[in-house]
Each structure stands twice: as C-alpha cells, then as structure tokens.
Design a protein around this ligand. Structure first.
Ligand code: DON
Length: 301
C-alpha cells in the first residue's frame, strides 16, 4: 500500500505553494514528503520523510480543542460555534455579523478563543508547557518542542491574528490580555513534530477517545465524536467540502504542509509536504491521502 502511494505522489512532489506569510515557513524546501499510519496495535508505518519534524501550525488546534474540552467541558461552546465558515482560515468578515463569536474552533479566530479559554488563569507559559508535555505523552516521545524561530517569526508577522483577537475583545470574547493569549497561540502553532509523532499522538481520536495501546481514556467518547465532526466539517476551511469529497475522513491541515487524518476504528494518519493549495492544505498530502483511502476503503461514508 505505501509503495503505491509513493509511486502516486512522486510526479507531484514540489507542487503547490509554500506558505510565505510567516517568513520562517517560506524558507522550507518544498521537495519533501512524509507519511505515517498509526494502527490500533501501536505500530506506525512510515514513508519518506516521516521522521522529520515540521511546523504543525493549525494541526495544533485539534489538540488545544481536545485539551479544553477535557479540562473545561462544554462551557467553551458559549464562546465559539461549530459551523463551517466557508471562508479562509484568517478571515474576519463573519466576526462582525456574529458579534465576536467565531464560527468554529478550527479557524484562526476560533482557535484563539480556545487558547484564551485554556489560559483561564492568565498563565500562558504553564498552559504551553502542559500542552507540549501532553503531546510528548500521547506520542510516547520526548523529542517534541516548540520551534522558537517559527514562533518569533509568526509573532512578528501576526497583524491579522492581532486584528482578529482585538476584534473579539471588543465584543467581550477574550478573557486574558490579547497579547498574552496570542503569545500562547503563536507558540502552539510553532510546535514541531514529525508525521510519526503526530499519527501516534492522535491515535486516541480514532478509538472513541481511548489510546488503544495504553488503554488510557484521553477524552470522553462523546467529545471524541464531536472533535471528529468539527474536523470533518471545518478542518480545511473553505476547502472542507472538497476534502470530504476526495478523502471522506475527518482531517486537519496546517500551513506547514501537514495534514492529520482520523480513520475511526482503524487508525490515525499524518502526511507532510510543504506545497499548499489556495486554502492552505498540502497539495501532495491530499493526493497521498486519496490514494490511501482508495486502497483501504477507510472512509466514514
Ligand atoms: O495563525 C496562523 O495563521 C497560523 N499559525 C496557522 C494557520 C494554518 O495553519 C492554516 N491551516 N491550514
């Protein structure tokens, strides 16, 4: 199966456009491709650059959402919706019509609210430390860290996210100082992980919130279902419909070129190739995932 995927993607490697609005990401070599498939027994099957860390960017939003629902429960849904936006990931237009309540937790505005909710005592350093520790625990790998250069680059080029956060603050939908929440948001987006680590860390989302190897219940099964539903409907912004049409699995893209996909009852898949389509989803990564679902029949449809 992985050999067929490798053959399928080969002619496309390097296609798409590397994100350039975060200067540190613009410098990444587009000719890279990695994939990892984590299964119920804990085995992780790898292809290409699967062990190479990359900037997980918006994929981190899945883990902050999961952590928020686990620690704080349903209160979050008073501050953020769960409808697809049909707009770009950093769009501001709906925020005014909808009084500072972002459409869903996976667009930038929604993820900033999730981070703000998680930093409920104003201590963003502790929140970030807990998130990184959690990811290390889930991936069973201590070699996961924040790429400080990417975090700094994103903070320096963060005018749009500052606009989103301040706009929501004007409607009373921020509880911490905007710059504190944004500093945590920029850092979680700048976490570097490999496909292997990501697929392993997300395995619990394929098994009703329970890590199938350790038996640890990470989140409730109902929250697990909800996270998967939000990934399916909102995980790729205005490209979510096309992604569901082509791949048919809950997924989350990041502008670093990673895509995390959950195949309920089968496993978790992470793929990485830096060139993106217009919505910020990896072009080659999507082709690889299409090949995977064609071969395995893994789809919720
Ligand atoms: O806030 C941003 O713009 C980035 N840290 C994350 C955006 C992103 O990854 C969009 N996903 N495809």
């Amino acid at each position: 199966m992985l050999a067929t995927i490798e053959q399928t993607v080969q002619p496309h490697i390097g296609s798409g456009k590397v994100a350039d609005y975060i200067p540190a990401l613009a410098a990444v070599d587009p000719n890279q491709f990695g994939m990892a498939v984590a299964l119920k027994d804990g085995s992780v099957h790898c292809l290409g650059d699967a062990a190479k860390p990359f900037s997980i960017q918006s994929i981190s939003k899945v883990f902050t959402l999961s952590m928020t629902l686990r620690l704080m429960g349903a209160e979050l849904w008073k501050r953020v919706g769960r409808e697809p936006s049909g707009s770009g990931f950093n769009s501001i237009v709906q925020l005014e019509y909808e009084c500072g309540i972002p459409r869903n937790p996976l667009i930038n505005a929604g993820a900033i609210v999730v981070t703000d909710h998680l930093v409920n005592d104003g201590d963003c350093d502790t929140m970030i430390d807990q998130l990184v520790a959690r990811l290390r625990h889930l991936a069973q790998d201590e070699a996961i860290a924040i790429d400080d250069e990417v975090a700094r680059s994103e903070a320096a080029a963060g005018a749009r996210n500052r606009a989103l956060a301040n706009f929501m603050a004007s409607y009373g939908n921020m509880t911490n100082p905007v710059e504190d929440t944004l500093s945590a948001y920029f850092r979680h987006c700048a976490i570097a992980m490999s496909c292997r680590q990501l697929a392993r860390a997300a395995l619990y989302l394929a098994f009703d919130g329970c890590d199938p190897v350790t038996g640890e219940q990470i989140i409730t099964s109902s929250n697990c279902r909800r996270i998967n539903a939000v990934m399916m409907t909102c995980g790729h912004y205005d490209n979510s419909g096309d992604f569901a049409f082509r791949i048919g699995l809950p997924g989350k893209s990041g502008v670093g070129g990673g895509i995390l996909v959950i195949a309920p009852t089968f496993g978790a898949i992470a793929v990485w190739s830096p060139g993106l389509n217009d919505a910020g989803t990896s072009t080659v990564g999507s082709i690889a995932l299409e090949s995977l679902v064609e071969q395995t029949g893994w789809s919720v449809f």
